[in-house]
Design a protein around this ligand. Sequence first.
Ligand code: CP
Length: 308
Amino acid sequence: MSELSVQHLLGIKYLNEKDIQLIFETADHFKEVINRSIKKVPSLRDITIANIFFENSTRTKLSFELAEKRLSADVINFSAGQSSVKKGETLIDTVNNILSMKVDMVVMRHPNPGAGIFLSKHVSAAIVNAGDGAHEHPTQALLDSFSIREKLGDVAGKNVVIVGDILHSRVALSNIFALKLQGANVKVCGPKTLLPKYIESLGVGVETDLRKALNWCDVANMLRIQNERLDISYFPTTREYTQQFGVNKALLDSLDKEIVIMHPGPINRGVEITSDVADSKQSIILNQVENGVAIRMAVIYLLASKIK
Ligand code: CP
């Protein structure tokens, strides 16, 4: 029987190509399940999952919770803002207290890069990284690639450009790892100040001219500026950023071909993408969100099957 090569999902960089194919095949099955009139399966009736979020989230938090409930797992939710973390409790104490209530798996979002890796070395539960600072957001990258595969038939050989704040983006890093592993050609595009110096060592191209980048690609993944992680100003004004790196309908219509538009959300409408692009036929933004549930069901199901 096929199984994942890992006990935890800490980042795409710990996965291999077979892991991704297995997750996609499992997600194909769960996507069919969640489109039935009865959207639930009893697979994880004996599993308890804690979603612990130390950072804000809409899509990821709701998507994980729905995925867990569709699999019939017992679910508890924890938000740091309303917890004893505010009284000085450490991450390990917090999680060990949750685990003592017989929890099998922890889905965690945390502002510190590596928080999930740290936790996986100190507690006995399976850990799923739901975004750790500017490091990785593995389930986002999996649902992004799954959505490309669904739209274009395959990820291998496709040209994908990731546009925007690459420096502070966990979505960019996880997408680069996932896309390269599957044989896509990847470029990044944004202001030089928001492109990490090491980026080319990851096997991706750099393009600072948005029109050229869009004319090259099959898919453009538009990122928002991670204002919550900016300590200094990386570009003169938002208006100038939008002029150089924002996608609008006139630009899209003037390209040599029709490209697919993606965005992980939350969108800053009118900054990196205009409403007429976000809501256009070329946009698969809401398909990404729909696929997020199937992908997270697959990840949780496959990790749960490895719990002794
Ligand atoms: N894409 C994403 O991670 O969105 P949230 O921050 O709303 O979870």
